[in-house]
Design a protein around this ligand. Structure first.
Ligand code: LLP
Length: 423
């Protein structure tokens, strides 16, 4: 459930008509709902209320500082994958002890930044990373709390580009090697083992892969304890999917997911961490766009929007589907026709949907891409020198720009001409 509904025939974000935001900020623009972010976060809280836990929001899914602050104020921790994301979490007021540092290629500088600013734990992916972290922490006279990211070799049944838990993926330490790597970690002076970490993929719509992976995690935890390690935390990763289509079977509910965690690892007495991104932010955002042209073609009609693949990459990159709906509610009996919905970038890949059934729209009409709050704005670029798409946050009947659209002058001013070419 989200808070983007038609009120008096106009699609609203909470109590704010999207027409009003389009007028004030222009299009394309991302619009997020505070009430939806809050609702999704609280559902996950409820799903884990049987145990000590921390929900570490995956900052990579939506990293706007205002969005992070909504969640931080509710008590969320953050899962970050770079020094930049760490700084964003800090800027949103998240204390270091609520920040988990994942990420495949942590640099020394990033390790230092997190150790000096405070960190809950590093999720470490490899032995060379352990060595480096131990050295950096020892140099600083500190000890770095770590969990090892273990790859359970489970098929997540999701898009191949976002599955991470199979043994052929580059992510994490193969489960068969885990005990040996933990034994090695225990010998390093700057390392303090605190937990086990897993993440098997994103947009999972079935609980079975989670159940399989977490069962393996429970056994590993018992083995590690038998080996003498003090395992006090389990980081279960993110990945719980969301409904992208209104008309298909909904993915499992957070409460059912929490139950799987309870059944598989609940008896170990560990503090539970999860790293959801999409489940919290996905349906809390839409991308608002205007029709630039309606082009009637040979056999097919095109709806050319002012949003493009650079603003919302997911369809071009993964063939992902986002429902596209008109902002002015069509009459029940309104005639529908099939359109190819495309952006203005000169690439065939700049196609959002082929043959989409929509009511007749005309130039200047507004449409909204649903489920665009996760991996939307964060993956946007300025390809074709299209200014980075702005972001707006709504709360009740208020809205505010939380990232402004840069002007073309600002974009050009970031480039510079080398002295040897000047004059
Ligand atoms: N934790 C780790 C270690 C991750 O790698 C990810 C996502 C998450 C948590 C959060 O996953 P979520 O709960 O959001 O599914 N750009 C792609 C998704 C890439 C996900 C990468 N890792 C997309 O647009 O679908």
């Amino acid at each position: 459930m989200d808070h983007f509904n038609y009120i008096d025939g106009v699609l609203c974000a909470e109590d704010v008509p999207l027409t009003k935001i389009a007028e004030a900020v222009g299009t394309p623009v991302y619009v997020y709902s505070t009430a939806t972010l809050t609702r999704h976060f609280q559902q996950l809280q409820k799903a884990l209320d049987w145990t000590d836990h921390l929900i570490c929001f995956a900052v990579k899914s939506n990293s706007n500082v205002a969005v992070l602050k909504v969640l931080a104020d509710l008590g969320a921790g953050m899962d970050v994958v770079s020094g930049g994301e760490y700084a964003r979490a800090k800027a949103a007021g998240v204390p270091g002890e609520r920040i988990v540092f994942s990420g495949v290629g942590k640099t020394e500088e990033e390790m230092r930044q997190a150790l000096s600013g405070g960190i809950r734990q590093f999720n470490v992916r490899s032995e060379p990373e352990l060595d480096r972290l131990s050295r950096v922490a020892t140099d600083m006279g500190l000890s770095a709390p770590i969990a090892l990211r273990v790859n359970p070799d489970v098929d997540a049944h999701t898009h191949e580009k976002i599955a991470t838990g199979k043994s052929e993926n580059k992510f994490g330490i193969p489960i068969a090697k885990a005990r040996a790597v933990y034994a090695y970690a225990a010998t390093l002076p700057g390392i303090k083992v605190v937990g086990v970490d897993m993440h098997i993929g994103s947009q999972l719509t079935d609980l079975q892969p989670f159940r399989e992976a977490y069962t393996k995690m429970a056994q590993l935890t018992r083995d590690l304890r038998a080996d003498g390690h003090e395992i006090i935390r389990l980081d279960m990763g993110g990945g719980l999917g969301i409904p992208y289509r209104r008309d298909n079977n909904a993915p499992p509910l957070p409460i059912e997911y929490g139950q799987v965690i309870r059944e598989t690892v609940g008896d170990l007495g560990c503090e539970i961490e999860i790293e959801p991104g999409r489940n919290i932010s996905g349906n809390a955002g839409i991308l608002l766009s205007s029709v630039v042209y309606l082009k009637e073609g040979e056999g097919r009609d095109f709806l050319i929007l002012d949003a493009a693949m650079n603003d919302l990459m997911r369809p071009a990159m993964y063939g992902a589907h986002h429902d596209i709906v008109p902002v002015l509610e069509p009459a029940v009996a309104a005639e529908v026709s099939a359109f190819d919905v495309v952006g203005p970038v000169c690439e065939t890949g700049d196609t959002f949907e082929k043959g989409m059934e929509l009511n007749r729209l005309s130039e200047g009409d507004l449409v909204a891409f649903r489920s665009a709050g996760a991996y939307g704005a964060v993956m946007a670029s300025e390809y074709n020198t299209r200014p980075l798409v702005p972001e707006v946050l709504v709360s009740g009947d208020q809205f505010a720009v939380i990232r402004a659209r840069p002007s073309v002058e600002e974009i050009i001013a970031r480039d510079s001409i080398p002295a040897w070419m000047a004059g």
